[in-house]
Design a protein around this ligand. Structure first.
Ligand SMILES: [Mg+2]
Length: 364
């Protein structure tokens, strides 16, 4: 079949997480931006993908519109691996991470959706078969910056059946109330998004041991300071997780070889899609490193992550942002109940896209 159209669709949906909106470099984070990618074919099959996303959306959209999309339209599509290998080869000079990789991720996921629909099989079956139909999911709280709110929403998430809660906090004063509110049966993780300089990270890692964290995520700035992450692991015994900003399997191998990671967190909409994520997961598995994918998404990227976990990662949880969206084009598919998400069983991604919701929240 031939690809006839590749369209990036940016939607921005208001959300509520029960606190003041977190700040980003460009101002307050008021909407969840999701960059959908819709691919049509002359066989009458269409597929949906998701490319990263959030503040990077305008750049990724340009990469799809100007670079990646034109290389797809009019071309014959037989199978995802050969199609994506050819795109990678043509675009290797544009870097192995960043908007072009994000754009490739959106195309890869949409093509898997089409391939599954063409074969009448869910993506997890194309990947070798699922080991689970429900995936344990952790509540990934947005940053509150206030101890009482962290405690309130940690307790609420635990009450809704989540057994693991991740805090995006980087102060003892906001982490401690969360740990206390969770109680002994709930795992707490902390993600700083690279908030600390190396010495500070080391000092904080020592203090955080007292809070019995399941893992400490991206503790150090700059993001690729793997030597410091290795030193924190060695000197404090803290479990270190990172990898959402790792661009390809080779970089994962490098970080693991330096001893930086207990847990690798590939992000499907960034690393280049399902195939690229599986290559990086294979590196982690070869080296005995656990994998917990990064997936704070609301679109096809979240669903694709469920398929990969179902097929490849029998011990892993899925990440789900803990907030309420005003609307979602994926309906119930992105809902977590009792701390679990269902792996869709329909062909391809196994989702129905509500195009009216897309139209209502489309911004570009
Ligand atoms: Mg993170």
């Amino acid at each position: 079949m031939k690809i006839t159209r590749v369209e990036p669709i940016l939607i921005a949906v208001p959300y509520d997480h029960g606190g003041p909106k977190p700040m980003r470099p460009f101002g307050p984070w008021t909407h969840m931006e999701t960059l959908f990618v819709c691919i049509d074919t002359d066989a009458g099959l269409s597929g949906w993908g998701e490319a990263f996303g959030f503040a990077a959306s305008p750049l990724t959209r340009e990469a799809i519109t100007r670079v990646v999309g034109p290389l797809c339209v009019g071309r014959e599509f037989k199978d995802v691996p050969s199609f994506m290998a050819d795109l990678q080869r043509k675009l290797h000079a544009m870097g192995r991470h960043g908007p072009v990789s994000f754009a490739l991720a959106g195309v890869d996921i949409a093509l898997w959706d089409i391939a599954g629909k063409a074969q009448g099989a869910p993506i997890h079956r194309l990947l070798g078969g699922a080991t689970r139909a429900r995936i344990p999911t952790y509540a990934s709280l947005l940053r509150y910056g206030k101890g009482d709110l962290v405690a309130r929403y940690t307790e609420e998430a635990a009450g809704r059946g989540y057994k693991s809660v991740k805090l995006h906090e980087h102060l003892i004063e906001t982490i401690a109330p969360g740990r206390e509110a969770a109680g002994p049966g709930i795992d707490i993780m902390v993600d700083t998004n690279c908030a600390w300089r190396p010495d500070e990270a080391m000092a904080m890692a020592h203090k955080r041991k007292a809070y019995d964290l399941c893992w400490l995520e991206e503790p150090v700035d700059p993001v690729d300071d793997y030597d410091t992450m290795a030193r924190i692991r060695r000197d404090t015994g803290m479990t270190i997780a990172a990898g959402e900003n790792i661009g390809h399997a080779g970089e994962a191998r490098h970080a693991i070889a330096l001893g930086a990671l207990d847990i690798f967190q590939p992000s499907i909409t960034k690393i280049g899609g399902i195939l690229a994520m599986r290559r990086a997961i294979a590196v982690a598995k070869e080296n005995g490193v656990r994998v917990m994918p990064h997936s704070p998404y609301f679109g096809p990227g979240l669903i694709a992550t469920l398929h990969v976990i179902a097929a490849d990662l029998p011990e892993s949880m899925c990440e789900r942002f803990y907030c309420e969206l005003e609307a979602t084009p994926l309906g119930d598919a992105i809902v977590a109940r009792d701390g679990h998400m269902n792996v869709p069983q329909g062909p391809g991604l196994g989702i129905d896209i509500d195009e009216q919701v897309i139209a209502r929240y489309r911004v570009a």
